[in-house]
Design a protein around this ligand. Sequence first.
Ligand SMILES: Nc1ncnc2c1ncn2[C@@H]1O[C@H](COP(=O)(O)OP(=O)(O)O)[C@@H](O)[C@H]1O
Ligand SMILES: [Mg+2]
Length: 196
Amino acid sequence: MCPFIQVTVTMKIGEGAFGEVSRAEVFPYGTVAIKWLKRDRFTKHSQSFMREAEVLARLNHPNIIRMFGLVTEPSPSSSPGGSSIIAGIMMEHVRGGSLSQRLRLRAQACQPFTLRERCLIALQAALGMAYLHDQHPAVIHFDLKPDNLLVEREGQDVLVKVADFGRSCLVLVSGRLVLEQQRCDRDVDPLRLLRD
Ligand SMILES: Nc1ncnc2c1ncn2[C@@H]1O[C@H](COP(=O)(O)OP(=O)(O)O)[C@@H](O)[C@H]1O
Ligand SMILES: [Mg+2]
């Protein structure tokens, strides 16, 4: 834990299930993204929030969003009416936003992704997934879709990263679920999950 880093939120960049996602500046490191857990969503989403933080903290791969740490307000009780935010997951800021946003913008501009870009996006998503499944315990994402793929660069050197681990779970090779998603059945065969 590093209590002295100052975080300045600059703008909203997305709406998450737990609250909003903000762009922020962290002196002297630069721009980051923060996915907040709002106080009024604590009961429903605190488990997913903690699961996302716990899973992300284990991961380090160029096609997986990188987590830097957890942040909170220094003294929420001192702000009038208390804070509406409990904590946030601080992670790398991906400039292009989600693949679904990029697809919409490219369609509006009549400039669809080239075949090469599409192949590279699919390949990089697959490389990210392969890395997740290769962990011990394996990480099952459960929510891979264009909203949860973030685009750092387009064009010749297109780069995408898998994000949003709020529905993920960890699976031991022995077959026991260790971090269980609500809709996971305890008796489910994790090797079948990996194959599916
Ligand atoms: N690290 C990031 N960099 C840039 N944009 C992000 C980042 N994380 C999330 N976003 C934006 O916020 C949206 C919601 O984030 P996400 O983690 O998918 O939340 P939810 O669990 O509610 O789906 C994403 O679709 C994307 O547009
Ligand atoms: Mg999402």
